[in-house]
Write a protein that binds this ligand. Structure first.
Ligand SMILES: Cc1cc2nc3c(=O)[nH]c(=O)nc-3n(C[C@H](O)[C@H](O)[C@H](O)COP(=O)(O)OP(=O)(O)OC[C@H]3O[C@@H](n4cnc5c(N)ncnc54)[C@H](O)[C@@H]3O)c2cc1C
Length: 137
């Protein structure tokens, strides 16, 4: 880290905004509803959000109505994606030696096919529980 010229450090956060638009400006993706890396949902959310925003803009004469529909359609999906299983952020970003040891143990165990199969049954963010509206675009 002392010698690297491309070292980058940031905090692991979620973005929760009371509104995703103001006037003629709307936000999508991490800027609006970052679910944080441990969710594994960021790419799904930004692509889905961009699709819905574009679809609603194409179907409403007034951008304000499109922004309202965009938010109405996506809010429940975003809320589910941001709801991480208990302890996940802390386990994924350990702050102590014991935490690092726990993370490594969990990752080692998860690489075993039988355990990986069992872990899949745990509740994870629902990437495939959102049905894309058929905008015909
Ligand atoms: C360590 C890490 C691991 C991740 N792992 C996963 C994963 O496994 N699965 C998953 O689905 N997601 C993952 N994500 C999340 C995923 O990368 C993001 O959710 C996704 O990239 C968000 O897309 P976005 O277009 O909203 O934002 P970004 O991809 O951040 O794009 C924003 C762009 O805007 C540019 N920009 C910023 N300011 C300006 C400006 N003033 N003018 C012009 N351009 C500007 C930036 O340079 C950037 O290119 C991970 C993220 C991190 C950090």
């Amino acid at each position: 880290m002392d010698t690297a010229d491309d070292f980058f450090l940031d905090s692991v956060i979620q973005v929760r905004m009371p509104s995703w638009s103001r006037g003629r400006i709307a936000v999508a993706g991490d800027a609006a509803y970052c679910a944080s890396p441990p969710s594994g949902m960021g790419t799904s959310l930004v692509l889905t959000g961009a699709y819905v925003l574009a679809g609603e803009l194409a179907h409403h004469a007034h951008h304000g109505n499109a922004f309202a529909r965009y938010e109405h359609i996506l809010r429940p999906y975003i809320a589910r994606a941001q709801h991480l299983p208990p302890g996940v952020p802390r386990i994924a970003s350990p702050r102590t030696r014991a935490g690092i040891h726990t993370l490594n143990t969990v990752l080692r165990a998860a690489s075993q096919p039988r355990i990986a199969k069992a872990l899949i049954r745990f509740p994870v963010p629902p990437a495939d529980t959102f049905t894309l509206p058929p905008y015909g675009i």
